[in-house]
Design a protein around this ligand. Structure first.
Ligand code: NAD
Length: 258
């Protein structure tokens, strides 16, 4: 990972626990690794338990602290178990990154399968609600903490052919604003990160031609990296962003205004 030297192995989050959903891949994995390097004790939660374990192995091999748990964020029992694991392992839940998300294949709305719409809403929107619900209940017992929800460029504008995903991510942004204000006096900050197109392994699999096509659509001419998004999450979890709550943080190379 290409991090500025001054931040490598910093103590920014020493002794602070964090849950990260979807931590087995892409942005969630990069965020898990980065926060651990900065001292956080990480609960890596993913519906793909093997993927979560691989992230934990990467963290512990680098001297960091992390545990893995299988968690489907659309299931309230799984989500509660994730929060309980953070509290039982590390003593409290201090920070949270609600990152797990899926998209449906591009489709005209009248041809979008009802099950595909339902699943995207269940994981991306209901999952974020369930995580916030369990995390905030735990944080209120120990004085609060910062939370980041992973929205999307599709939470701020239209994503062509992606009606369900656009609706779910607009919902995540709406939840973020509502919850931020509800808990603003109780030391819980909630912000949303809105990435544009980020070159994860999943996207890389589409090949060089598609990457070139996507890059062309971004004003900077470049796709984002998971590590760049992780840096924004790190900032929003840190005290450096103490004034920010309820914000939509565009992390999209200018795509919002293209
Ligand atoms: P990814 O597919 O690389 O990783 C997502 C992870 O979430 C996977 O490990 C997967 O197993 C896990 N997951 C899926 N369903 C789950 C569930 N029900 N419960 C728990 N875990 C589950 O994805 P990514 O590209 O890193 O995306 C992460 C987040 O960022 C998502 O919310 C996505 O919508 C958002 N995002 C991504 C991009 C992008 O270009 N990659 C752009 C905007 C927003």
């Amino acid at each position: 990972m290409n991090q500025p030297a001054a931040l490598e192995g910093s103590t920014l989050f020493t002794d602070r626990s964090v849950v990260i959903t979807g931590g087995g891949s892409g942005i969630g994995r990069a965020t898990s690794v980065l926060l651990a390097r900065r001292g956080a004790r990480v609960v890596v939660a993913d519906v793909d338990e093997a993927a979560a374990r691989t992230t934990v192995d990467t963290i512990t091999a680098g001297g960091g602290e992390a545990v893995a748990i299988r968690c489907d964020v659309s299931d309230p029992t799984d989500v509660q178990a994730m929060v309980d694991l953070a509290v039982s392992t590390y003593g409290s839940l201090d920070m949270a990154v609600n990152n797990a998300g899926i998209a449906h294949a591009p489709s005209d709305l009248h041809e979008l399968a009802v099950e595909d719409f339902d699943r995207v809403i269940a994981v991306d929107l209901r999952g974020t609600f369930l995580c916030l619900r369990a995390e905030i209940a735990a944080m209120l017992t120990t004085g609060g903490g910062p939370i980041v929800n992973m929205a999307s460029n599709a939470g701020t504008k239209n994503a062509p052919g992606m009606a369900g995903y656009t609706a779910a991510k607009h919902g995540v942004v709406g939840l973020t604003k509502n919850v931020a204000l509800q808990y603003a006096r109780r030391n819980i900050r909630v912000n949303a990160v809105c990435p544009g197109t980020v070159l994860t392994e999943g996207l890389a699999a589409y090949g060089a031609d598609m990457q070139a096509h996507w890059s062309e659509m971004v004003p900077t001419g470049k796709l984002g990296t998971p590590e760049q998004v992780a840096e924004v999450v790190s900032f929003l979890l840190s005290d450096a962003s103490a004034m920010m709550t309820g914000a939509m943080v565009l992390t999209d190379g200018g795509l919002m205004y293209a």
